[in-house]
Write a protein of this length. Structure first.
Length: 224
């Protein structure tokens, strides 16, 4: 067995690509996916994806899911305390590393590493400093499929919410927007690809605007 790791999982393309990279490396034992969920809304933090679809994702990936529940508008103190509790349980099981899909935000990486170091863990960053345009093209070429579930209306039009990430989507992005949305311009939900045992079924719901963000709601597909 390889080194035991957790994968920080948002359900989006960068965490999916990071998971794919550590799986391909063949030297890690993936203990679980670790996801923060906003309690009141019962959705993935920031992305707004329903917990039911998060669970379907984990099932299709064949991996355990560990949810960390946060109150709405949780501050860093609350976030760090709840994460430390969750990570401590895995530390007791021999896990010493957490995989992240961060690409180039230095302050975010330092923050993660500082918090992990407090409990004797470290971060793994398989996508670090990769060219984001090359990264998203490799994501598509590998057969991944993802849908945009959240956009920052300060940088993108509402029409980008609910779109499938493909070559046309990338061509339509303003030149000021990172093709991986690394600055938070958009977030995605991955529903198929080489790491999945089967596609995640869903149907698109309504598009909702919440202050500066626009969300495309996704619903579990009705039973056949």
């Amino acid at each position: 067995m390889g080194e035991k790791v957790l994968v920080s999982w948002s359900g989006g393309k960068d965490s999916a690509t990071a998971l794919w990279e550590v799986q391909k490396a063949g030297i890690y034992e993936i203990t679980a996916l670790l996801t923060t969920v906003t309690e009141t809304y019962d959705r993935v933090s920031m992305h707004g994806v329903r917990r039911t679809l998060l669970a379907e994702q984990a099932r299709a990936l064949g991996l355990p899911l560990r949810e960390v529940f946060l109150p709405p508008n949780a501050d860093n103190v609350e976030y760090e305390a709840r994460m430390e509790d969750a990570l401590g349980a895995y530390w007791d099981l021999g896990v010493r590393a957490v995989v992240f899909g961060d690409i180039f935000l230095e302050d975010v990486r330092r923050y993660r590493e500082r918090n992990l170091a407090r409990i004797g863990m470290h971060g793994l960053f398989p996508l670090w400093k990769r060219d984001t345009r090359e990264l998203v093209h490799a994501f598509l070429a590998a057969g991944f499929r993802a849908l945009v579930v959240c956009v920052d209306l300060k940088v993108l039009d509402v029409s980008f919410a609910g779109r499938v990430i493909d070559e046309r989507f990338l061509n339509d992005l303003p030149s000021s927007v990172d093709p991986c949305g690394e600055n938070g311009e958009f977030h995605s939900f991955v529903f198929n690809g080489p790491i999945f045992q089967e596609p995640v079924p869903f149907v698109k719901g309504e598009v909702v605007i919440r202050e500066r963000f626009c969300f495309c709601d996704l619903l579990p597909a009705p039973a056949a």
